[in-house]
Design a protein around this ligand. Sequence first.
Ligand SMILES: NC(=O)c1ccc[n+]([C@@H]2O[C@H](COP(=O)([O-])OP(=O)(O)OC[C@H]3O[C@@H](n4cnc5c(N)ncnc54)[C@H](OP(=O)(O)O)[C@@H]3O)[C@@H](O)[C@H]2O)c1
Length: 488
Amino acid sequence: MAGPAPPPTRPLFVVVGATGDLMRRMLLPALYGLSADDHLPAESAVLGAARTSSFDDASYQAWAAAGLKEFSPYHPDAIDPWCRKVLHYQSIGEGTPADYQNLAARVAKVEADHQLSGDRVLYLALPYEAFAPTIKGLAEAGLNHGPGWTRIVIEKPFGRDLETARDLNALVHTYFDEPSIYRIDHYLGKETVQNLLVLRFANVLFESLWSRDRVTKVEITVAEDLGVEARAAYYDRAGALRDMVQNHLTQLLSLIAMEVPAAFDADAIRNEKVKVLHSIAPVEPEQAVFGQYTAGWIAGAAVPAYRSESGVPAGSTTETFVALRLKIENWRWQGVPFYLRTGKRLGNRVTQVVVNFQRPPVTFFRDLDPDEVHSNELVMTLQPDEGFDLVFEVKAPGQTVATKTERMRFRYAEQFGNLPDAYQTLLLDVVEGDATLFVRADEVEASWRLYAKLLAQPPAPHDYAAGSWGPDAAQGLLHPDEEPWSRP
Ligand SMILES: NC(=O)c1ccc[n+]([C@@H]2O[C@H](COP(=O)([O-])OP(=O)(O)OC[C@H]3O[C@@H](n4cnc5c(N)ncnc54)[C@H](OP(=O)(O)O)[C@@H]3O)[C@@H](O)[C@H]2O)c1
């Protein structure tokens, strides 16, 4: 696929945590895909680093090539030569100052060997606890500044709560200035998430209805049918609130609710997102329902309860489901509830935003029962079947006046084919210095602030059967007159 010319730089990607799942399944395929599409100059190089010393360049290249053959859809024949040409490995052992000095020396050597431009992306693909010591280790070895620009990418979760997020911001600001810090939430790299802005701001049809004058409620769902898989050790300490709500769902919420930015640039957009978060009071326990899955059925197969999953402590009270009712106290949204819901082992894998509009005053149709007329809905599906549906009423043909609910349907894949990969989009943005789709320091703190009370006093989780749509108690968050949660 021919694309635009690569940016005028020959950067080095230094990935710390280069032997992990993220590197194998996401980052390597994204880097390989960017090279294959000529979005990155052929001279770029990748230096992988992790504690293990069981890799050298050759064995790391073989490991990466095996992963790419499994996870990349691009030219399988070109994988081995690309890995041999581009990839290197350096152990950081126990992370002593000497280990980081060795890493810095290796960075300089790889740059010289590949005749790179001195621009560097430092990507921390690490567990949360390793962020602070790694940032310190890199910086104290002088890697926070290089011959060209240096940008640091920090994976989620950025902190475990407001206090730790503040501490991590303070630490990273000791060594890097904010414009060179890229806090990644890969949801923001998805084409359909970015389309939320275009749908809202490039269509007068929607923006003119986008307020408490016409909207009655907004529902945001990020549902997974998978269980905890191989991530029990991490997940049981995190839970759904930290793993999904504080980042992905809160990002979607702020994109849906933000005011029109003054410009389509990083600061203007992020200013508006932060303002929305500051208009929401910290969520009280009575605005939340937590759940944990019990044994059940997914796609016809029996699956175990969360507490019986390998690596989960028997008495765990970690939530695998969260439903919330949020209120945004500003002129646009006052009185409109925003419902957020996420969970593992739910009925379906889907990410969806449903905007409900007011019911029409239909009493002038004498024969029509007002309850038969459904309110309009805009359903934005972000995965897996990306697109949107506009749900509206038509007259059913016949002598009497009866309505029927129909959908106008748009699907990205039908119109445009495959969508760009989120990590490719985001890595290229880092190289181009565009932070629009990354989370700013004040934004990450504002988002943790929303959940401070829930993190301090987590509600006890209700049971729900795997394959269901969460605990019945989640219905209790809705106003009695409202339609139940959608079943996407
Ligand atoms: N996997 C995903 O799909 C995914 C998706 C979105 C975000 N993320 C985020 O990406 C990050 C990495 O996730 P992952 O799934 O790749 O984790 P992982 O499979 O556990 O890999 C972690 C990597 O970090 C290294 N590491 C672990 N502890 C370290 C330490 N104390 N100091 C230095 N290196 C250390 C590991 O190698 P050594 O043990 O040899 O050092 C390994 O290379 C996490 O923050 C996660 O939340 C992952």
